[in-house]
Design a protein. Structure first.
Length: 164
C-alpha cells in the first residue's frame, strides 16, 4: 500500500514535470490530480464533460469509457434557459421566444455532441417544453388553450421549436 502511494506520487511528479517543461506551463498543484478511472465510482469533470467508465447499456460485464455532459454544465444551461423563458418576456411573441431558445439549444447541443449526450438532450428537451408550457399558461389573464386535437409537442413543433 505504501509502495503504491510512493509510486503514484512518483508518477504524478514525473508527469507534472514533463508537462511543465514540454508545454512551458505552470500547473496549479491544488487543482491538479491523477485519477484512476478504472476504480469503480471514479470520474473526472473536464471542460463541461464527465469522463467515467460504465458498464455497457446492453447489460454486459465489460466497461466502456463514457463521456457525458457534466451535471454542472447542464445546470448552467438550465439556468440560462430559465433566464430566457421567464415572466419578464411575457410580451415577446412566442415565435421570437422560441427562436431565441433554439439558438441556445443548438449551441449547447453542438458543443456537447461528443460522447453519449442522448439522455442529457432528452432532459433538456423536457425542461424547455415544461418552461414553455408554464410560460404560455401565465402569459395572459385568459388561460391558454391548445388548438383542437393537438398536443404541446405538436404545437411547439409547428411554431418551430427544435428538439435535440
Amino acid at each position: 500500500m505504501v509502495l503504491a502511494r510512493y509510486q503514484g506520487n512518483r508518477i504524478r511528479d514525473f508527469i507534472e514535470s514533463k508537462i511543465e517543461s514540454w508545454l512551458d506551463l505552470e500547473l496549479n498543484r491544488d487543482k491538479t490530480k491523477v485519477v484512476d478511472l478504472l476504480q469503480p465510482g471514479s470520474s473526472v469533470d473536464f471542460l463541461g464533460y464527465t469522463f467515467r467508465y460504465d458498464r455497457s447499456i446492453k447489460g454486459g460485464v465489460r466497461r466502456y469509457l463514457n463521456v457525458i455532459p457534466s451535471h454542472k454544465s447542464m445546470q448552467a444551461h438550465r439556468e440560462s434557459l430559465r433566464k430566457t423563458i421567464n415572466r419578464r418576456y411575457h410580451r415577446v411573441p412566442v415565435v421570437h421566444l422560441i427562436e431565441t431558445v433554439n439558438r441556445k439549444q443548438r449551441g449547447w447541443a453542438n458543443y456537447f455532441s461528443f460522447g453519449y449526450p442522448r439522455q442529457a438532450k432528452r432532459k433538456m428537451n423536457w425542461y424547455v417544453q415544461c418552461r414553455l408550457i408554464g410560460h404560455l399558461r401565465r402569459r395572459s389573464q385568459r388561460p391558454f388553450r391548445l388548438p383542437e386535437g393537438r398536443s404541446y409537442h405538436q404545437y411547439f413543433k409547428q411554431l418551430g421549436l427544435v428538439y435535440l
